[in-house]
Write a protein that binds this ligand. Structure first.
Ligand code: ADP
Ligand code: MG
Length: 393
């Protein structure tokens, strides 16, 4: 789960990371007021809060000299979709702005904490050349990045933090500040079950101090149950609306670009079904795992979620019931017809526990459900029905 820059900065500030003072704003008036609260003569920096980097290049970060300029810029940004290098073509909606005091930048560094899956450890990645071109550098000159793997039994040791600082070319007092900075970021990462902490740029100011000018944090969703303070930071406006609905209903759902809606149990079977759909010449609209022990209500909710995607032209239900029961699934499909109102072809393939009972329920329902016995047959029938539906329109 991603959070906004201002939220990440609040968290990091709490762990002792130096960040600029700033205030959140939801309107142009609030943005101007935020600048007044910060005081001083300006300039101020107004920053679009979206779950994406690359805002600077996309026009989502602006240095403003007057309150009038802040208001104009805020008005032009709020309510718009901001498209960056990291978003899709639709971009992300800008509903919140962060107004900060402007920092005097002498040098921009890059600092990241990521999970290195090959060493199964948290790794520091840093560069003396941060800012907006770090991705180009990672491609053109990957060896220039400083890397350091943290031993979980020891934690981030002082000497290790100093070593990273020296390798970045820092000297004297800066190394001491950097050590404190690094350890604070590491604690935030570890204590809150983060997956990523990225400070880009980490700035050396004209006075020689270090400060986090940008901050990005993302968290392990599987650990959110024990981090309610992190879960509270979720902003559904930044998520794929289809995935947000699914998450609210506890369904494992990933939106895709095709037209064949999938309701499947088990992640493995869901992946295999998506492969079979492609083999049959179609494209899945989503990945959806309804999980074990799916009640009729849960099946019904899965239908609602899949149908919330306007591109869907056919639904494929593929269940291999172990813990699940085919009769429950069949009843769920029928309930979905009654409650959700389905005017698309539905292909159902049932197998496993109580399969005869499930098939009987489907047969006797009188509904125009297309049955299939095998996964391959189900995929072919779904692709054919979808093509027919699209042709009819
Ligand atoms: P993004 O990574 O999404 O482009 P950043 O927060 O990194 O957004 O901002 C882009 C650039 O804007 C930074 O590299 C920095 O040069 C400048 N910037 C951001 N915040 C400030 C600030 N408080 N003071 C001065 N410059 C800033
Ligand atoms: Mg940045």
């Amino acid at each position: 789960m991603d959070i906004h820059e201002y939220q990440a900065k609040d968290i990091l500030r709490g762990f002792g990371v130096p960040v600029p003072r700033g205030h959140l704003a939801y309107s142009p008036e609030q943005a101007a007021y935020a600048a007044r609260q910060l005081g001083g003569q300006g300039p101020w920096v107004v920053k679009a809060q979206i779950h994406s980097g690359g805002r600077g290049e996309a026009g989502g970060v602006k240095l403003c000299k007057t309150e009038a300029e802040i208001k104009d810029y805020a008005a032009s940004l709020l309510g718009q979709q901001l498209v960056t290098k990291q978003t899709d073509a639709n971009g992300k909606g800008v509903y919140r702005l962060y107004v900060e005091e402007a920092s005097d930048i002498a040098q921009e560094l890059y600092l990241g904490f990521v999970l290195d899956r090959s060493s199964e450890r948290i790794m520091i990645v840093a560069s003396a050349h941060g800012g907006m071109e770090i991705e180009d550098l990672a491609e053109s000159d990957p060896d220039s990045l400083v890397r350091s793997v943290i031993d979980p039994a020891v934690g981030l040791a002082e000497y290790q933090a100093r070593d990273v600082g020296f390798r970045l070319g820092l000297t004297g007092m800066q190394v001491m500040q950097f050590t404190t900075f690094l350890k604070a970021c590491y604690r935030a990462y570890r204590d809150l079950d983060a997956m990523m902490v990225e400070i880009n740029p980490l700035v050396i100011t004209g006075a020689g101090d270090l400060i986090a000018l940008d901050a990005k944090m993302s968290f392990d969703t599987n650990a959110l149950y024990r981090r309610p303070q992190v879960e509270a930071l979720r902003d559904a406006s930044q998520e794929d609306p289809r995935e947000a609905i699914a998450a609210d209903n506890g369904l494992a759902y990933v939106g895709l670009d095709g037209d064949i809606g999938c309701i499947i149990n088990g992640a493995g079977l869901a992946m295999a079904s998506m492969d079979m759909i492609q083999l049959a010449g179609g494209q899945p609209a989503n990945f959806l795992d309804i999980g074990g022990g799916a009640s009729p209500e849960r099946v019904c909710q899965a239908f609602r979620t899949v149908l919330s995607d306007r591109n869907v032209s056919v639904i494929l239900v593929n269940i291999f019931a172990g813990i699940n029961r085919c009769d429950w699934i069949a009843n769920g499909v029928i309930q979905a017809y009654r409650e959700v109102g389905i005017d698309l072809p539905v292909v159902v393939r049932l197998s496993g526990t109580n399969v005869e009972e499930g098939q009987k329920i489907i047969r006797e329902s009188g509904l125009p459900i297309i049955s299939a016995d095998t996964l391959a047959e189900a995929a072919e029938k779904a692709v054919a029905a979808g093509a027919q539906k699209i042709a009819a329109e």
